[in-house]
Design a protein around this ligand. Structure first.
Ligand SMILES: NC(=O)c1ccc[n+]([C@@H]2O[C@H](COP(=O)([O-])OP(=O)(O)OC[C@H]3O[C@@H](n4cnc5c(N)ncnc54)[C@H](OP(=O)(O)O)[C@@H]3O)[C@@H](O)[C@H]2O)c1
Length: 346
């Protein structure tokens, strides 16, 4: 590919899709050329904010164009498989929001189509690009805490938004609330403890405060075991306030403790810190760049540009995205059975 800007099409222009549009606009080497939403209202809004961009209410018209390099898909989760496979079959590179799919069969088909056509396919686990969550990963990989044995990834936050036409509060369309946000934490836990082998089983509990909807679970906790004996605790409550995330990771030698707080997840003014213990002394680790999902979203678009132009490895592949779905589905099965459940990777 030459040095011309990478031409992006964006499908989905809701709360998060609008941030994707902005991230594409501000990223060097990326250009937003087309947007698709489902309603005329969202299409009109896209045209008002980005008058230079072509806007569609049928995403099939967008993917039929032959001048787009990359398609960024930010639609409700139950549509990921349909839209993503259509994008890949149109021979465009794909960035797909998490959860990659709401079943493993969906994930498998997307991976297969992308591999058959040799297309870039990345899943939006953008926390991997964070200056702070990523610094913790680099320190673990450098052996700072010795062999990692335990990770806690925990979030306390305000309730989920409804989403367009209420999809997030409809179990058929959201898949599960574990697939909404804890999926990021399962992804981080697997990433941090990767040296200990694959996750092998998970034991989870959850409960709900939604009248008449026990399937929409505000409080969720899981213990996930790894082949090498390490384990991770993933815990979330949606019955709280603001957005406060913590990780604590301990190893044979030392420990890390990182925390992030904001008035909401999508803030540009968070507070955050990473403290580290090497077995002898505790230090505060400097974090040079602000961290938060809005920052990481821009880094994610930049990574897509670099992957296409220079072959830079993806931060999160389709196979990583599938693992994240597999961990969440196993956790869901464990909530149902009341027993530990194996994590299926076949
Ligand atoms: N990685 C992260 O941190 C993160 C954060 C937030 C959300 N997400 C994920 O991003 C996805 C979208 O979430 P959201 O909060 O942006 O949802 P949202 O606010 O409900 O927006 C969904 C968008 O998809 C559009 N849409 C629905 N059906 C469509 C179709 N057939 N063709 C084209 N567009 C269609 C909707 O169009 P209308 O506006 O016209 O109805 C709306 O613009 C979800 O999968 C969610 O899990 C990820």
């Amino acid at each position: 590919m030459n040095d011309r800007p990478v031409r992006f099409g964006l499908i989905g222009f809701g709360a998060w899709g609008q941030h994707h549009a902005n991230a594409i606009q501000v990223t060097e080497g990326a250009e937003l050329h087309a947007v698709a939403a489902s309603s005329q209202k969202s299409a009109d809004l896209a045209k008002e904010i980005y008058p230079q961009v072509d806007v569609y209410t049928n995403y099939l018209e967008l993917i039929a164009r032959d001048d787009l390099d990359f398609i960024d898909v930010v639609v409700p989760s139950y549509l990921h498989h349909e839209v993503a496979t259509a994008v890949l079959r149109s021979n465009k590179h794909l960035l797909l929001e998490k959860p990659m799919g709401i079943s493993l069969a969906e994930c498998d088909e997307m991976i297969q189509v992308a591999e058959e056509r040799d297309l870039i396919f990345s899943v939006g686990h953008e926390l991997r690009l964070s200056s702070m969550w990523g610094k913790a990963k680099a320190m673990i990989d450098d052996g700072f805490i010795g062999d990692p044995l335990y990770a806690l990834v925990e979030l306390s936050r305000n309730p989920y938004r409804q989403g367009a036409n209420g999809w997030r509060y409809d179990i058929e369309r959201v898949g599960s609330w574990v697939l909404e946000e804890p999926i990021h934490f399962f992804d981080l836990a697997r990433w941090y403890l990767q040296g200990n082998g694959n996750p092998s089983s998970v034991y989870a509990s959850a409960n709900s405060r939604q009248p008449g909807h026990p399937e929409l679970q505000d409080n969720f906790s899981a213990i996930m075991h790894f082949e090498g004996g390490a384990y991770a605790v993933v815990s979330q409550t949606l019955a709280a306030f603001e957005h406060h995330q913590t990780i604590k990771i301990t190893g044979t030698k030392g420990a890390l403790w990182a925390s992030w707080s904001g008035a909401m997840d999508r803030t540009r003014h968070p507070t955050f810190s990473l403290r580290a213990f090497d077995g002898e002394k505790v230090e505060t680790v400097p974090i040079e760049k602000p961290t938060g999902e809005l920052f990481e979203l821009e880094d994610q678009i930049a990574r897509m540009v670099d992957t296409l132009r220079k072959g830079t490895p993806l931060h999160c592949t389709g196979r990583d995205g599938r693992w994240s779905v597999a961990m969440c589905l196993a956790a869901g099965a464990s909530i149902e059975s009341g027993k530990p459940e194996p994590i299926s990777v076949s």
